[in-house]
Structures are given as C-alpha cells and as structure tokens.
Design a protein around this ligand. Structure first.
Ligand code: C5P
Length: 218
C-alpha cells in the first residue's frame, strides 16, 4: 500500500490548515490538523476547571478517548470542532501543549493515524518529531502583519469582534511560546522546503506543493 506523508509546519496564521485542506481536496488524501487535537485537550481541561499550569492535571488523558475523524476532533464521542476555536482555548493552548505528558499522548495518536496511509498532516512538530521520515516536509512562513490580517478577516467573516493590534500581539505571544518550549518546539526541519506565503495566494502555494508531491512520487 502506498504511504506518502506530507508534513506541513509553521507558525500561527501561516496558512497551514487552509493549504493542507486544499492539498487534501486535490490529492484525495486525508488531512490531519494536529492543532485541533491540542485545542481539544485544552478545551477539556478548561471544562474540567483544572490547573492548566500543573502537568499532573493532564492525567485525565488516560481516561478519555480522543478521535480524529473526517476533519473533526472528538473527545468521548463529543464533536468539539467548533468550540475549540474560542479565544479562551486559543489563549491557553500553548501552555497546555508544552507538557511532554500531553505531547506524548497526542503524538502517539497522530503517528497511528498516519500508518500505511497517504496523509497531509499539519502542526508545529510534524516534520521534526511526529513524521521525521515524511516524504515531503514543508515549512510555511509569512510576515506577522499578513498572518494577523488573515485571522482578522476570518474573524470578521464569522461575525466576531476584532482588533488588529491585539491579534498581532496574541499571535506573537503564541509563536514565542511555541518556539521556545523545551519539548518539540516549533522549528524548521533540516530537510524542509520553506515557503514564504506573504505574497502568494492560497492557489499558488497549493500548486507548488502538488508539483513537489508529483515530482517526488515519480
Ligand atoms: O494550528 P493551531 O494554531 O490550531 O494550533 C494551536 C496550538 O497547538 C499551537 O499554538 C501550539 O501550541 C499547539 N500545537 C503544537 N503542536 C502541533 C500542533 C499544534 O504544539 N503539532
């Protein structure tokens, strides 16, 4: 059975999810958004009112069932795909994702999802930790103002109240936390292809990635 793994990493707002989903639509390969899983754990810990700063709080992960199916994330069969996008979850997810206990659990699920399958997986540590032997590793970047503007437009479209400067601050803070943590920080894998999406359309980035997939499959 063919197993072609595409790892897509990058900072917040670099377009990872949208681009991965588009590549998934064109190839017919499953897209796995690993950020959604860290968000689901964060949502659950907030719901249980746990002390997020204490690694022992996450022992609940031994008792729950986390699933990722058809682009949706479930805990104990409850679909959390919309609630994980709240500001509360976004502001706390980098704290939760720094703990090695949490990462170990989620990385295991992610590696199982990728086994014997063609897959597009996006996150922060896919090319470095989750799928170190991926056939293609992409690192997406974009200038902070452009990334914040993309989030701004998304939020406006969802009818949410937004302030651009606040978004720039929040994204910078989250990137700093994700890049400076000890366990699996956001970094560029040695063999990753870097794509700066600042001046590129989604279509242009997707075409580049599809071309690279085709070249490497020959
Ligand atoms: O991709 P998204 O912005 O939804 O990810 C939310 C958060 O989940 C990130 O800011 C990061 O803290 C964490 N994350 C991670 N490793 C991944 C994917 C996401 O630490 N592979």
């Amino acid at each position: 059975m063919e197993q072609f793994h595409v790892a897509i990493d990058g900072p917040a707002g670099s377009g990872k999810s949208t681009i991965s989903q588009n590549v998934s639509n064109e190839t017919g390969w499953q897209h796995i958004d690993t950020g959604a899983m860290y968000r689901a754990v964060t949502y659950w810990a907030l719901k249980l009112n746990l002390n997020l700063a204490d690694e022992n709080s996450y022992e609940f992960l031994n008792k729950i069932d986390i699933k990722y199916l058809n682009n949706k994330v479930f805990i104990n069969d409850i679909d959390l795909s919309s609630v994980i996008r709240s500001d509360d979850v976004t502001q706390n997810v980098s704290l939760v994702s720094k703990f090695s206990f949490v990462r170990k659990k989620l990385v295991e699920i992610q590696q199982n999802l990728a086994k014997n399958k063609n897959i597009i997986m996006d996150g922060r540590d896919i090319g470095t930790v989750v799928l170190p032997n991926a056939n293609l590793k992409i690192f997406l970047t974009a200038n902070i103002k452009v990334r914040a503007k993309r989030r701004y437009n998304e939020k406006l479209n969802n009818g949410q109240n937004v302030n651009l400067d606040e978004l720039i601050n929040n994204i910078n803070t989250r990137d700093k936390k994700d890049s400076s943590r000890i366990e699996s920080p956001l970094k560029i894998a040695d063999d990753a292809v870097i794509i700066d999406t600042t001046y590129l359309s989604i279509r242009q980035v997707v075409e580049k990635i599809i071309e690279m997939i085709e070249r490497r499959r020959k």
